[in-house]
Design a protein around this ligand. Structure first.
Ligand code: GLV
Ligand code: MN
Ligand code: MN
Length: 423
């Protein structure tokens, strides 16, 4: 097959219009918002840093004349008009929030690659039938307000916004209050309803794993996302004096939480190293060296690509915690339930063909990380484009990627969006 002819002329023109230096400059500028030592970023969802990043993105969009809209959970939509203004848009995007010790690319790359794709279309004089929108989904990370992928979950109607308004961060701040502040700061954006129709969705992201780098491929065509289960486990006991309370009589919430975590680790033990089990958040009350802890909250993050396995592991969490509560009480609250997702075969083919036509080596691979694309795939044909990241390091300040690879991903994205927006 002559791959050079397999792209529409306007799709190729948009891809060729991607400006590597402009994309890199913008990534660097965004990385200053919430910059932390070690080249990292701390930009929690709905924080002052998130608000500053949103304002910068809106400035860039308005300078191009793109429409700006925001929905009730703060998802931000930048719209490049199409020839048929009422046609359902093709969407791209990702997130601008980061982990507490996050990197410069997780999320923000997909947003800025999307913006770059729109600008490349402008500069190449491309007119699409459908509008094309870049979305910055609210709170993809869930690092401040669990769970993750909250904005896309609410947008597609998988959960109502009200289910999350009372979620509190580690400082006790209510999500509803942080959201109100964020929405007030973007008052110039048009209000947008949830669940508006989407023709197709393509998200660009760094791989966050080592496969592309190891295989010397530039483009990952993502086949799907593994299943996951999140829980909050709250253990309640009684505070007591560390020097006087007999150990046999204590109701030590941390001691029992540690026993629960050890049992969960056994549950998730996997000689094949496919199962992922993480306890990443622990809040201890009163958190004093000489008081027996009265209360512990810990998170559980379990992942597996196989439906039956993630089902089995998820179902075992509450009984195991109860079995190790001793004299404490325990409350187990599921906060996220995502079954394994397979992306649309047609979108994957389109991405693969686009990469080949642009002379970029690609491979198919699954995603270990979760992404907003998972929820979008419930409402429209969806795919993802991965680009390599150094040593696969992510959720870490040292996260790194090359300007050339990031631009290559944006080129494939631009071509894919033009193709989809003309269907
Ligand atoms: C998203 O960052 C995830 O936890 O996979
Ligand atoms: Mn991400
Ligand atoms: Mn992440």
């Amino acid at each position: 097959m002559n791959t050079t002819s397999s792209l529409r002329e306007d799709a190729r023109a948009a891809a060729d219009g991607i400006d590597e230096a402009r994309l890199w400059r913008r990534l660097a500028e965004m990385a200053q918002i919430g910059a932390i030592p070690g080249n990292g970023v701390n930009r929690p969802a709905l924080s002052p840093e998130d608000i500053t990043a949103r304002a910068l993105l809106i400035d860039w969009a308005q300078a191009r004349g793109y429409g700006v809209a925001v929905d009730g959970i703060g998802n931000l939509f930048l719209r490049r008009a199409g020839a048929e203004p009422d046609a359902a848009p093709v969407m791209t995007g990702s997130h601008m929030d980061s982990q507490p010790k996050g990197g410069r690319f997780d999320g923000i790359y997909g947003v800025l690659a999307g913006l770059e794709a729109l600008e490349a279309m402008d500069e190449a004089g491309v007119r699409t039938r459908r509008p094309v929108e870049v979305v910055a989904w609210t709170n993809e990370e869930g690092g401040r307000f669990p769970p993750c992928t909250m904005g896309s979950m609410v947008f597609v109607g998988a959960k109502p916004l009200e289910a999350f308004l009372d979620v509190r961060d580690n400082a006790g701040i209510r999500l509803g209050d942080a959201l109100a502040q964020t929405l007030a700061a973007t008052a110039q954006a048009q209000p947008r309803a949830f669940a508006t129709p989407v023709a197709a969705y393509v998200e660009a992201h760094i791989e966050q794993g080592p496969l592309l780098e190891r295989s010397a491929r530039t483009i990952g065509v993502v086949t799907g996302i593994q299943g996951m289960r999140w829980f909050n486990v709250e253990v309640s006991g009684e505070s007591a004096h560390a020097g006087t309370a007999p150990v046999s009589l204590r109701r030590d919430a941390l001691r029992e939480a540690v026993a629960m975590i050890a049992a969960l680790r056994e549950l998730a033990a996997d000689p094949g190293d496919v199962t992922r089990f993480t306890v990443g958040r622990v809040l201890v009350t009163p958190n004093s060296p000489n008081t027996v802890p009265s209360h512990v909250l810990f998170s559980v993050d379990l992942r597996h690509p196989d439906q039956a396995t993630i089902e089995r592991l998820g179902a075992a969490v509450e009984p195991l915690c109860r079995a190790h509560a001793a004299a404490c009480t325990v409350r187990v609250t599921p906060t996220l339930r995502d079954d394994p997702t397979r992306f649309d075969a047609g979108v994957a083919d389109l991405i693969e063909t686009g990469a080949a036509a642009l002379g970029l080596p690609s491979m198919r691979l699954p995603s270990g990380a979760s992404h907003d694309a998972m929820y979008l795939s419930r409402v429209c044909p969806t795919g993802m484009i991965f680009v390599p990241c150094e040593r696969g390091v992510s959720h870490n300040e040292a996260e790194n990627a090359t300007p050339a690879d990031l631009a290559a991903g944006a080129r494939v994205l631009a071509a894919s969006l033009v193709e989809l927006a003309n269907r």
